[in-house]
Write a protein that binds this ligand. Sequence first.
Ligand SMILES: Cc1cc2nc3c(=O)[nH]c(=O)nc-3n(C[C@H](O)[C@H](O)[C@H](O)COP(=O)(O)O)c2cc1C
Length: 209
Amino acid sequence: MNLNEILEWRYATKKMSGKAVPQEKVDYILEAARLAPSSSGLQPYRIIVVTDPEIKEKIKPIAWDQSQITDASHVLVFAAWDNYTEEKIKAVFEKTLTARGLPLDRMDAYRERLWGMYSQLTEERHNHHAAKQAYIAFGLAIAAAAEQKVDATPMEGFDPNALDEILGLREMGLKSALVLPLGYRDEDNDWLAGLEKYRTPEEEFIINK
Ligand SMILES: Cc1cc2nc3c(=O)[nH]c(=O)nc-3n(C[C@H](O)[C@H](O)[C@H](O)COP(=O)(O)O)c2cc1C
């Protein structure tokens, strides 16, 4: 199957079977997310992999009681940096330059320009910008899961503050942005399985100029 056929196959699974996703497939999906591009290469987000049934039980009620949270074997939580600081940016740039064997001052001018821009913004805007980067990794994880014939449900339907509390994210300087349960569709009990996929028609969606 090519990528578009894979994307046609996948859907936001509403009922999962409880069957576990093999670890190597989870690792592959996480690697696709790790390889995602991000603004200035900062990767201002982390992925928390929840497999503990007790933690999943705690998350379910604050995620609109969505059954995928407990029926998925792995629940990926995409969490964005709560803010940008000069130190955080410097640390990433230094690691990048070290990995490339380049002088550590090579990106100083760029970093100063970047911080000049970010330092004008509120922490809320920082977190919003960081979360936007997380969405790119999220999209790639969804595609990678589908390529592995693993079902996934993209989720914004949860209380982020409550999830941050359950996972202790505040202490890590993170705020939850998105949740992606991974598992396998329960075709017989999923009302969405087999329904036609609807997308805005191409002629309306694509605007040629
Ligand atoms: C960012 C985002 C958040 C979503 N939140 C939820 C959610 O909380 N629960 C759910 O069942 N589906 C959720 N969806 C699934 C969408 O409703 C679904 O992707 C859309 O209707 C297109 O259908 P398809 O994914 O089945 O092709 C979300 C999708 C995205 C991209």
